[in-house]
Design a binder for this molecule. Structure first.
Ligand SMILES: [Zn+2]
Length: 280
């Protein structure tokens, strides 16, 4: 944003309007600047981030594996498999996310979760995980899986696909009705997002989930009042983001991005990103 503002200020008044418009239209969009910053942060923290001893398990958070439209949140299938192989080689054991949430797990315990309930979990990630006998959790956005949002048709899992993954042993939780930023919605809307998504999952899959993953998941996306609302809605576990910054009474997860090569992934397992939050 600072770069964008500086360029705009430099241009103002000194260049003819048509040329100014042409330059402005080619300025990097906010998303591109955000992605550049994320790339830089991932790289630099791998080098200078803090390695820290760990007493408990770690839950990884992925989104898609092979759906490029999800940008930084899309991990290439080969890279996803590589993360599993690196983890196993380093002596980690994969357990259920709920096990780490409930017991803390041991320092060599890892769990895999997927936010947003996207198609490639079924077509790409689940077959790989099945090969290795690794459990996983999925957090569904009920309107997206209900195909009420046109852009997510063919991009999100429908309930039948979700049901097959459930039969395959996946844990399924809620990720809200429409993926809002809970810091920007009023109290009643927050209650509805929590309660209605849980009820829709109950109707579609036959059970009411006891776990909720906060949309966006950053500390600022979860106002204090939401914790109480989530408990009243029937959730026992609320998954967030980074270990050090997560809101009280939430379970930490470590977000994994498309940039996470071997070097970054090893740093991630060593705790270099335990204060880092993806901020899109
Ligand atoms: Zn999400």
């Amino acid at each position: 944003m600072i770069l964008e503002r500086a360029i705009k200020q430099t241009l103002r008044g000194s260049i003819p309007a048509p040329l100014r418009r042409a330059v402005r239209n080619n300025l990097p969009r906010r998303e591109q600047l955000a992605e550049a910053r994320l790339f830089w942060e991932r790289q630099s923290l791998a080098l200078v981030g803090q390695r820290r001893p760990r007493a408990r398990g770690r839950i990884l958070c992925y989104h898609s594996t092979g759906q490029l439209e999800f940008g930084v949140n899309d991990v290439h299938p080969a890279r996803f498999r590589r993360h599993i192989e690196l983890s196993l080689k380093a002596g980690y054991r994969f357990v259920r996310a709920s096990e780490i949430a409930q017991t803390g797990g041991g320092p060599k315990d890892l769990a895999i979760s997927f936010d947003d309930g996207l198609k490639s979990v079924s077509t790409v990630a689940a077959p790989i995980l099945r090969e290795y006998g690794i459990p996983y959790a999925i957090f569904a956005v009920s309107d997206w899986s209900d195909m009420k949002h046109p852009w997510y048709i063919d991009r999100a899992l429908d309930w039948r696909e979700m049901e097959l993954l459930l039969e395959d042993g996946a844990e399924v939780g809620s990720h809200s009705v429409s993926h809002p930023d809970f810091s920007r919605i009023d109290y009643q809307r927050a209650v509805d997002e929590l309660c209605i998504s849980r009820e829709v999952i109950r109707q579609r899959l036959g059970f009411a989930p006891d776990a909720f993953a906060i949309p966006f998941g950053q500390s600022r996306n979860w106002p204090a009042a939401c914790a109480q609302s989530a408990r009243e809605a029937g959730y026992r576990i609320v998954y967030a983001q980074a270990e050090d910054t997560r809101p009280e009474d939430t379970v930490a997860r470590t977000f994994v991005t498309k940039h996470d090569n071997d070097h970054i992934f090893k740093a991630l397992l060593a705790g270099h990103y335990d204060r880092w939050e993806e901020w899109f």
